[in-house]
Design a protein around this ligand. Structure first.
Ligand SMILES: [Zn+2]
Ligand SMILES: [Zn+2]
Length: 197
């Protein structure tokens, strides 16, 4: 699959073509290339877990290219507001510390896009074109990293399900909290993001 192939798919999946799609597709393609993963949505589909650090346009493109989805537990979201993603190769011997590469968009790429195409008024159009043309090293930084991925974070993990002592709702993947000797869900333990009306 080429950049253009992915962008066509990304446009359909995301709903529009934007600078974020170009950035996300290139970021993900670079991650796969560095890990030597050729067919992430086919024969290599169980080899990859991707951490994304932002929930913006590019995130959809990263998910599309890698085939890593939230519902498969292969896409992990860290809400850091950063245009970056880490690609973890599970297809190696010591899977507890996977070989991984973290790729971040350079802050300078926006200014460079302006310098490359001052004739284009729309920021989105300007960046869309410039992010296609820009050399990899102008667009991204890369770091080899090690990611500790506990067994219960793996996509295929099957664990026991406990029931919250307070609300009675079931909790998977060891997300329960022990509080004063009681096993609680995170909401009942005080991490509720909603208020009951
Ligand atoms: Zn978009
Ligand atoms: Zn509860």
């Amino acid at each position: 699959m080429t950049l253009d192939d992915y962008l066509r798919e990304a446009e359909v999946a995301h709903g529009h073509l934007c600078a974020g799609q170009v950035l996300g597709v290139r970021l993900a393609m670079l991650g796969l290339e560095k890990l030597g993963i050729e067919d992430p949505r086919g024969k290599d589909r169980k080899r990859l877990v991707t951490f994304v650090e932002i929930d913006r346009c590019a995130t959809d493109a990263i998910s599309l290219v890698t085939g890593c989805r939230l519902g498969k537990r292969a896409l992990k979201f860290r809400d850091w507001g950063k245009m970056a993603a880490t690609f973890v190769d599970l297809g190696i011997k010591d899977v507890s510390t996977g070989k991984a590469i973290r790729i971040a968009a350079k802050e300078s790429s926006k200014a460079l896009a302006r310098a490359m195409h001052p004739e284009i008024e729309s920021k989105n159009q300007q960046q869309m074109l410039a992010y296609r043309e820009m050399p990899e090293d102008d667009l991204f930084t890369k770091q080899w990293v090690s990611v500790k991925l506990p067994a219960d974070e793996f996509p295929g993990y099957k664990g026991e399900r406990i029931v919250c002592a307070e609300c009675g709702e079931g909790v998977n993947f060891h997300r329960e909290v022990l509080r004063d000797g009681r096993v609680l869900c995170r909401a009942c333990a005080g991490e509720r993001y909603y208020e009951i009306l």
